[in-house]
Design a protein around this ligand. Structure first.
Ligand SMILES: O=C(O)COP(=O)(O)O
Ligand SMILES: [Mg+2]
Length: 222
């Protein structure tokens, strides 16, 4: 018999929040300080998903090249300083997210976030958008030695939520979410079609596409 679903784990960027405008803003503030040209929204969108250090590396590669490791590390630090100061000025929840989280929490489900975004910026963003209180646990890209597509942060999140993988549905937007959740052994992996995926969703081993985020409430029973 299949275990009943007791928890839902969510990816953040591209799944719950359209955050790319603020990531672009922080990237361009860094580039201006370096005397480099700005990057545009579609480029930044394609750079998101592997955490802040990779995002900055891709931004630098696209605007004149990646500097030596020390200098690149300073760029990541400066980017985070700028981004963490205001990660939500132009970021919005996708349609249906606030209502659906409220309905799931009211139904007694344990909700969690597993993102590759560093924790400090993640907590500030969730707080600014008014949904921090919905989550019983949050795991960021710097919470464990590895990030998604490793299953480690997913398993860490489930541990903090006090649920087993077979009692959990994971909702994400890209190939790292599907790989990490599958490797963690969750009951079901659902994907949203509006996020920042770099590969076609139909090529990924997920269990279904949520055409509307609100459809999630109907997809949690067997
Ligand atoms: O790459 C990031 O910083 C965040 O990405 P995620 O929330 O989609 O995991
Ligand atoms: Mg994502």
């Amino acid at each position: 018999m299949r275990a009943a679903i007791r928890a839902v784990a969510f990816d953040l960027d591209g799944t719950l929040v359209d955050s790319v405008a603020d990531l672009m803003h922080a990237s361009n503030a860094l580039l201006a300080e370096l005397g480099r040209p700005p990057v545009d929204l579609p480029s930044v969108r394609s750079f998101v998903g592997d955490g802040a250090a990779k995002l900055v590396e891709r931004v630098l590669a696209a605007t004149g090249g990646v500097p030596a490791p020390d200098e690149a590390a300073r760029c990541v630090e400066r980017f985070l300083e700028i981004y963490e100061a205001d990660p939500s000025a132009n970021s919005v929840l996708y349609p249906g997210v606030a209502e659906t989280l409220e309905a799931l929490a009211a139904a007694g489900l344990r909700l969690g976030v597993c993102t590759n975004k560093p924790m400090a910026a993640t907590l500030r963003l969730l707080d600014d958008l008014g949904i921090a209180g919905r989550f019983a646990a949050v795991v960021g890209g710097d919470s464990y030695p590895t990030r998604k597509p490793s299953p480690e942060p997913v398993l860490g999140l489930l541990d903090r939520l006090g649920v087993r993988p077979e009692e959990t549905v994971f909702v994400g937007d890209n190939e790292h979410d599907v790989a990490a959740a599958r490797a963690a052994g969750v009951a079901r992996v659902l994907v949203v079609p509006y996020g920042y995926t770099r590969v076609p969703l139909e090529s990924l081993p997920h269990d279904g596409v949520l055409d509307r985020f609100a459809d999630l409430t109907g997809r949690l029973s067997c």
